[in-house]
Design a protein around this ligand. Structure first.
Ligand SMILES: [Zn+2]
Length: 240
């Protein structure tokens, strides 16, 4: 799990790195959330997670700025559709992990948002001619969905922090009353739901998969794929 996260930091697109950073940050908060009243949010393990998360955010920002300067970040949502041709699993004895490499014939899918609302569109795989269905939101819809997610999940996170503080203070008198436990559990549940909602917000680009034919996958495009798509300079070099 951690190996996958670190690999995501090194090889990922800015969006993936940001997501990984957020997951690490939440790992850091875990002990504080689950052991309310016993651990504070700045214990040693948490600080390690926060530091790596911070590095990830800085790296994501740098990558984003470089990508934007190279003309790789445009306003239309893009996803990469893979026609999977094979998988290879290697065991890395040194790291004690299994690494799966997926081979695929890939094609970029650039979505043109409709004027209003959202629209289903079908995309034909170039390799097998099968049809995939995606849903594209209009720019107005994208804005609305993002704003709604920020209000709901940001509010949820704030409420969970308040409940956390209440349960921490009320939990200092032993034995703990039943209501303190209830506040504490609702705090933890609310926290993870809100955190999940915020992750979804970051992963949302305005287009999503509705139906995928078996043997295909959808992901964020990598740097060289965007470079080829936009015919930008630096297409061949630095294809991480
Ligand atoms: Zn296909």
């Amino acid at each position: 799990m951690l190996y996958i996260l670190f690999r995501g930091i090194i090889k990922g697109t800015p969006r993936v790195i940001t997501l990984v950073g957020m997951i690490l940050f939440m790992f850091g908060l875990c002990p504080a959330v689950l052991l309310a009243g016993q651990e504070d949010i700045f214990n040693a393990i948490s600080i390690i997670f926060y530091s790596v998360a911070l590095l990830a955010f800085i790296l994501a920002l740098f990558k984003y700025l470089i990508w934007r300067r190279s003309g790789l970040i445009r306003s239309l949502p893009v996803l990469q559709l893979d026609h999977v041709t094979g998988k290879e699993t290697r065991h890395r004895a040194l790291l004690g992990v299994r690494e799966t490499t997926t081979y695929a014939k890939t094609q970029p899918v650039v979505f043109t948002p409709p004027a209003s609302g959202s629209q289903r569109i079908s995309v034909i795989c170039r390799t097998c001619q099968q049809e995939m269905v995606f849903q594209v939101d209009s720019f107005q819809q994208i804005k609305k969905k993002r704003l709604r997610a920020v209000v709901i999940w940001g509010g949820g996170l704030l409420l969970s922090i308040i409940l956390g503080i209440i349960s921490t203070y009320a939990g200092q008198t032993k034995p703990m009353a039943l209501w303190v436990y209830l506040v504490w559990y609702s705090h933890a549940i609310l926290f993870f739901c809100s955190a999940g909602g915020i992750l979804m917000l970051f992963a949302y680009i305005g287009a999503k998969t509705v139906r995928l034919y078996p043997g295909h996958r959808v992901r964020f495009p990598e740097k060289n794929e965007l470079a080829i798509l936009y015919n930008a300079p630096g297409a061949a070099i630095n294809n991480q």
